[in-house]
Write a protein that binds this ligand. Sequence first.
Ligand code: G6P
Length: 369
Amino acid sequence: AAIEKGGYEHFMLKEIFEQPQTIYDCLRGRLDANAGTITMAGIQQYADQLIKANRIVMIACGTSWHAGLVAEYIFEELCRINVEVEYASEFRYRNPVINEGDVIIAISQSGETADTLVAIETAKAKGAIILGVVNVVGSSIARASHGGAYTHAGPEIGVASTKAFTAQLAVLTMMALKIAHIKGSISEERYRLLLKEMEEVPEKVAIALKQNDHIKQLADKYKDARDFLYLGRGYNFPVALEGALKLKEISYIHAEGYPAAEMKHGPIALVDENLPVVFVATKDAYHEKVVSNMQEIKARKGKVISVITEGDTTSTELSLDTMVIPETDEILAPMINVVPLQLLAYYIGVAKGLDVDKPRNLAKSVTVE
Ligand code: G6P
């Protein structure tokens, strides 16, 4: 088992560190920034339907659902198509409305999650086109889909999903870019720029991973907190949700993710000098707004911890601790920003002496409802 973990103490840590490679593997043979092309046969085939779609519905569970949420923001921005993101378990039971031309994107690491499988069968029976974004080749969801793209992240052993999530984001982003380019809803200049930036993501994830030792220290500092709040806006809102989910799964600390602006409508009541509040606050269109949310938490003595862009001194001043990330386009930032949050959850779980690869009560894939 030690050999399988490649020298890492746990599969989870190994898989977190594999991400520069897995994202690279996901882009390889598909994205060519010089040529300005994205090659995805299983998407190309359905390009017409996607361009004409009135609506795309993302269906998933757990971490994969968070990837769907990020994709909602990206597809709406780049493709100008209305997107809904559904929990498979809710979607399947409520006699969902499927209209002519709706496209379903099913997102699943294992390809075996029962709720997701039944949800897509339900939609398929009503005439929807199903595209799968799946990691496990030949899995049930892959077979039940009309088309789609594999994430190529390799086997994920740790129960809490890490590298599968960033690979899902990479695939979904490429899909959105491809559709937007064919549709003409993105300028050639922005398209080219995003392709170039995308090629640099593996390297930037590798840079983010250099925060490892620093984050390990943060974990020791915050491991005894009873609750955590994770906040972000826009593309970083789903990242906050995913950061909170990772912490819950691995450390059994209660954590909530929230849109930073919405915290005034509830979670702010929880803020006191004992509450760590993790902001996903990298530079993007919402940054100023997030900074004012940080000020609000600081004024109430909450412990502000933030994921920030290199050189952002304003956020540094407002934070007790920071995790620093290289700059990228806001659309691509979730793939990088989630990495320090994965490490934070991991090291808090380890500091608490927990079995991080096999947290209690959780299963790697939920094949019963
Ligand atoms: C379980 C796993 C999660 C995963 C979710 C969805 O809850 O513990 O890590 O995100 O299932 O799984 P899927 O294989 O469909 O992505």
